[in-house]
Design a protein around this ligand. Sequence first.
Ligand SMILES: Nc1ncnc2c1ncn2[C@@H]1O[C@H](COP(=O)(O)OP(=O)(O)OP(=O)(O)O)[C@@H](O)[C@H]1O
Length: 339
Amino acid sequence: MTEPLKNHCATLRSDIFTQGLLAEWLDIKGPQISLKLPFAAKTEAERLIKSDPLLQGYRWDVQVAVESMAHSKGAGQPIAARNVIAVASGKGGVGKSSVCVNLALALSRAGAKVGILDADVYGPSLPTMLGNRDAKLTFTPNRKMLPLQRYGLQVNSLGYLVDAEDATVWRGPMASGALEQLYNDTQWQDLDYLLIDMPPGTGDIQLTLAQKLPLTGAVVVTTPQTVALADAQKGIAMFRKVDVPLLGIIENMSYFQCGECGHQDPVFGQQGGADVARKHSVPLLGQWPLLTELRQSMDDGTPLVYDKPNHSYSDLIMQSAQQMAGNLYEFLGPEPAQE
Ligand SMILES: Nc1ncnc2c1ncn2[C@@H]1O[C@H](COP(=O)(O)OP(=O)(O)OP(=O)(O)O)[C@@H](O)[C@H]1O
């Protein structure tokens, strides 16, 4: 029965599991099935299993054991996590930090150990979005920073070290120095994914970061608006130039969705992010509407995907995050085992 069952699981396909649930991830002992996923997609796997009548008679134990991907680079920087992902935008204010926080929380819900490094040193917004602005970092005896724990994530931001207002007037070299220190001197604990909230833009500081950090991949956030799209394309070009694989584009603020009646209004134009994704052969990870509740949740420091997991918007975020993790695995493949 084991082989036919494994073959059946391989037919359970979705956008995230393009080859189904693979035989090597499954361990079947009588009515007990253990499924060990190599990327964060526990929620999607459970959904697939639940939707199949043939699999209901079994006891399922779904675990996530994220593997480090083969592609990992960076000029001499230590690698702080199994996978390091930049969340970037060519233009400011398109919602990059909000997307980064929600993606991180979604990956954590999908079974992974996740951290966020707020590298947006000119305007660190992580402390506000996570509702822990008064939190202060602690240090190890050898002066390493211990990341703060929040909503199941490990996080660090310049905002926990200095006042956000002070950081906004920093000049390039000071900001780059602070960033390198944040990256090198934070003692991250056993992370599957470290998401880096990059400073907006494609200038020197962003290029240096993209070159120096051992990035496994990058996600570009844009709105559908023409000016944002031009900058998003610069972002794509920047990552391609330094050989960082693009895991996808998130089109944020795709349309305004009225919280009362559900009416949709394409405030910033239509499909722009989707068109750029197609033009540059980068996957589109999602189209997230402009929603008052999302903005409110970020201002209140209780991000939607954590605070309201059953909200339809949270489903969108979960889909994008798991798709990103799946793309990372599919595009890059696990690191070969050490001899
Ligand atoms: N989909 C959305 N719906 C409603 N509000 C949103 C959405 N995405 C982001 N926002 C809001 O837009 C504002 C800007 O978002 P955010 O700070 O995430 O952008 P950013 O691109 O990181 O900005 P910066 O360039 O300053 O780093 C915030 O108030 C945020 O709550």
